[in-house]
Design a protein around this ligand. Sequence first.
Ligand SMILES: [Zn+2]
Ligand SMILES: [Zn+2]
Length: 377
Amino acid sequence: MVPTDSTLLMLRLLLRLEKNDISITPLSKEDPQIRTFNDLMSHTEDIKGDPKRTEQFVKMCVALQQFVGDQLKVPTTELLEIFGKMIINSFSICSGEMQPIGAGVYLSPSILDHSCCPNATTVFDGNKLYVRAVEDIGDISEVRVSYIDQLATTSERKQQLMEQYYFTCNCVMCRDKQRDQKLSSLRCPTTGCDGVVSQNHDGVQHTCLVCGKDTFSEEYLSKCSSSSADAEQILKKIAEAKKEKDFKMVLELSGHCLSEVSDHLHPMHILMIRLHDSAFDACIELQKWDLALVYASKTTEAYREFYAAYHPNLGIHLMKIGKMQQYLKQIEPALKNLQQAEDILHVSHGKSHSLCQDLKILLKQCEEELRIQQGRT
Ligand SMILES: [Zn+2]
Ligand SMILES: [Zn+2]
């Protein structure tokens, strides 16, 4: 049996707590506040009242027992305390490309509050975590990071924050009804119009933002709602196929569903974004670069709309597109995307981050290839 990231993290924590070896680094020179693992909130009562979390805890205890056996001398109540502190305060350690590769508890940044529209971002270089400002921030007490992916509707984000961190967010984005309306954009049925039909939050009033059409047939509206119900179902199947690493199935499911629903759902619709992203990821796994590029380009507009200007995911998205374009010898657009990626990643990751170093090399190669191409003509 392979231990999960959180079981491994728990084992490491138990070992270090036993040796009293939890190192603490203040967040910055201006913030000398020293925190120890014992200072963290454990939310044990919330966990006890949460069947999913309780099950997770029980499973972890069983796994720990299997790995450590009788050497595990910590009483269950204490284990639950440690477990609570760990899951609420742990960061998913990501590669430079923001793919999760492990988990860790970082005491200093765990002091930072959440906002769905944060002014700072957390990035890893190896297992070192950096908190980087993406906006001008007056005082360290104003630093906000996002605990979750912001590419989700308000109700999804609120649910995730409550389930994982036991609080209700009321940030600017959580009060932004327009953003949620955009995330449920429909495609205008007028021939020749590719406009977005936005719907208000209870789905009653619809208007095309391009041609101004504001009356829609019952048939169109019912097809729109059945399309989103279908897409939701298929995304569940896609999640299963992803777990099985069956990327052929992921591509088949997402490709087929997209062809069924794209007459009614606009690419800005959250379910369309997820379908395109799934198809893109599957293409990368299957090394279908041409098709990957098609799917990636479908989400760029949505990424720009729904992520902040210096969000790492936007930078990484543009870098991936640029990389594929370079591979497919589309050098001019590659250069443009890589330059835009660089502008973002210099802020979100920092110039010295290994990802920015890789990007620098890619840019140099592209410039060189462009010179050769232009020399030929
Ligand atoms: Zn929020
Ligand atoms: Zn229209």
